[in-house]
Design a protein around this ligand. Structure first.
Ligand code: SF4
Ligand code: SF4
Ligand code: SF4
Length: 583
């Protein structure tokens, strides 16, 4: 007796198990129907009607909302389904700003793609009138919102609420006046948006885009007076290649170094180096707190979206936050202080650029805490996507490049530095070092696999360090972080460290990465790429990185020193929820 369940798609018998809807069964069988509003990581909305199929005996159905049933006979491309999809496209296009040539999404817009695939050359409905056009909102340091390109798919509203537990974006008005807008109709830069960019990642059109800083970076690169140095975050190397046909997770760091040099960056360093530096400081801080029992659990502080969430929603819990700056914001002051000395460059001619998977880092670099002597330590943040565009616009054949190495001395890193890019990586790296700092003995089992995995957004791991039981909670998304905060507030929390990454799965799935919203397995493949690099590196613990040891000997003295506190640590403060004015 078998409980095998099957249905028929265009006459082909297809097996299914626990897929939540017909659309997933169709995709698993290697076929497809178009959709705007469906995102596998979000709840089904059934709003756009692009995924309609004809089900024998049931008529037209949205495949994203209909559960699969044994024996169903469905047809994907009938005269009726194609007619409905064409009508949907025409209605959307009639109401859509059509300045495609100057749109940031030109070439990757799903509306444009389907209009081309369905041969829409003529729209039967009248264009929206000029008085219905709404102003473009570029008040956020990270995101540009153009409501005239919104097709009301609701993906951004669901991403904000289901990932971040936030209601920054919502529907307003009714009927033909319906819009998606930030809370109370205010500009995005004046609400409690944490700049995570998850809304941008799921938006199928140019209605939400990343604020583009590439022209500013080009201007610095082409200025002969300037020495432009660059650092790139762990997660960028396993995603950039996707823009040039490489598989997700394929580590393209050598090609990336070569491309950055060809673009014209003068010195190439690596944020993985300062991820190791972060661990030196954070592991020390963690051990101090464990010893004193004060302000536990310690919250990690690498994610600017998480920091802003805490500042605006739970300022009374800021004492738990590690005082460590993020790896990006530790690297930049080190570069600003030491590159002029090592390479004989005047500080005023030094420009620091960071390539990040993250839209929130554009906000972080502008925070007053990241300024010294009236200037930010990180001058510009560009995302992985923006770097990909720079490579293309420079006419560089990415795959034909010869891999190159980074520059010294701020390019060498351990495996612990590289796994920062995946949820659980910061905690795993911290434990590797904290264990050896506390016991003085080698940690033989370096892989802490219970902390890994991108699909489980909340993990609790118990460890023993020097006879003491230590419990670490690893969460991704602010929705999961909120649950952990409530446990602490109610006195039920038993963990001593809380790692929070705002993006589901961590930075590998950041809002600045090449889009992955239609295939959630991409996250796992990118994470695997980082763990693979970790397993292959000769040094896998941050404190064993010889360049880090040298930096302490020559400049920082020891972890937690006065000098280290001066440039690598900061203090975060209450940002008054609801009245936050962004940078
Ligand atoms: S950036 Fe993040 S917090 Fe802000 S609106 Fe988008 S999803 Fe919400
Ligand atoms: S802004 Fe983008 S994701 Fe949000 S509803 Fe409009 S088209 Fe959809
Ligand atoms: S998880 Fe990473 S990519 Fe996402 S907001 Fe935080 S730091 Fe940025």
């Amino acid at each position: 007796m078998t409980d095998k369940k099957t249905l028929f798609i265009d006459g082909k018998e297809v097996e299914f198990t626990d897929e939540p809807n017909l659309l997933e069964v169709i995709r698993k069988a290697g076929m497809n129907v178009p959709t705007f509003c469906y995102r596998p990581d979000l709840t089904s909305f059934g709003a756009c009607r692009m995924c309609v199929v004809e089900v024998e005996g049931r008529g037209i159905q949205s495949s994203c909302t209909m559960p699969p049933e044994n024996g169903l006979k469905i047809h994907l491309n009938t005269e009726k389904t194609r007619r409905i999809r064409r009508t949907v496209l025409e209605l959307l296009l009639a109401n859509h700003d059509k300045k495609c040539l100057t749109c940031d999404k030109n070439g990757s817009c799903e509306l444009q793609q389907y209009a081309e695939e369905y041969g829409i050359t003529n729209i039967r409905f009248p264009d929206k009138s000029l008085e219905d056009y709404l102003p473009v909102d570029d008040s956020s340091p990270s995101i540009v919102r153009d409501p005239n390109k919104c097709i009301l798919c609701g993906a951004c509203v669901r991403a904000c609420s289901e990932f971040q537990g936030h209601a920054v974006l919502g529907f307003a008005n009714r009927g033909s006046k319906t819009v998606v807008q930030p809370m109370n109709g205010r500009p995005l830069g004046q609400v409690d948006c944490v700049n995570c960019g998850q809304c941008v990642a799921v938006c199928p059109t140019g209605a939400l885009t990343i604020k583009d800083d590439t022209e500013k970076v080009w201007a610095e690169i082409t200025n002969p007076q300037k020495t432009v140095v660059v650092q790139m975050a762990p997660a960028t190397r396993v995603a950039l290649g996707e823009m040039f046909g490489l598989k997700p997770g394929e580590n393209s760091i050598g090609l990336m170094n070569a491309a950055l040099r060809k673009i014209g960056f003068n010195l190439i360093f690596d944020t993985n180096f300062s991820a190791d530096l972060t661990i030196m400081e954070e592991a020390t801080e963690f051990l101090e707190r464990l010893k004193s029992g004060k302000d536990l659990p310690l919250f990690t502080s690498c994610c600017p979206a998480w920091i802003k969430y805490l500042e605006t929603q739970h300022p009374e819990m800021l004492k738990h936050l590690s005082s460590c700056k993020s790896p990006m914001s530790m690297m930049s002051p080190v570069l600003v202080d030491l590159v002029p000395k090592y390479f004989n460059i005047a500080r005023e001619n030094l420009v620091v650029v960071a390539v990040m998977p993250c839209t929130a880092k554009k906000y972080e670099c502008k925070r007053p805490e990241m300024y010294r002597n009236g200037r930010p330590d990180t001058d510009y943040v560009i995302t992985t996507k923006e770097l990909g565009k720079m490579i293309r616009s420079a006419g560089i054949d990415f795959n034909a490049l010869e891999p190159e190495d980074h520059d010294s001395p701020f390019g060498e890193y351990s495996g612990a530095g590289t796994i920062f890019g995946a949820s659980g990586g910061v905690a795993e790296a911290a434990v590797r070092t904290a264990y050896e700092f506390a016991t003085g003995e080698p940690l033989n089992e370096v892989d802490i696999k219970q902390m890994r995995g991108t699909s489980n957004r909340s993990k609790t791991v118990s460890l023993v360090i020097k006879g003491t039981k230590v419990i670490v909670r690893v969460v991704s998304t602010l929705k999961e972080a909120e649950k952990a905060l409530q446990e602490i507030k109610s006195g039920k929390a038993d963990f001593q460290m809380l790692e929070v990454m705002a993006c589901p799965g961590g930075c590998i799935n950041g809002g600045g990465q090449p889009t992955s919203c239609n295939d959630s397995s991409i996250k796992e493949e990118r994470a695997e790429g980082l763990y693979k690099e970790d397993s292959e590196l000769p040094v896998r613990k941050s404190h064993m990185n010889p360049s880090i040891q040298k930096l302490y000997q020559e400049y920082l003295e020891h972890p937690g020193s006065h000098k280290a506190h001066e440039i690598l640590h900061t203090v975060y403060t209450d940002k008054f929820a609801g009245s936050y004015k962004d940078i």
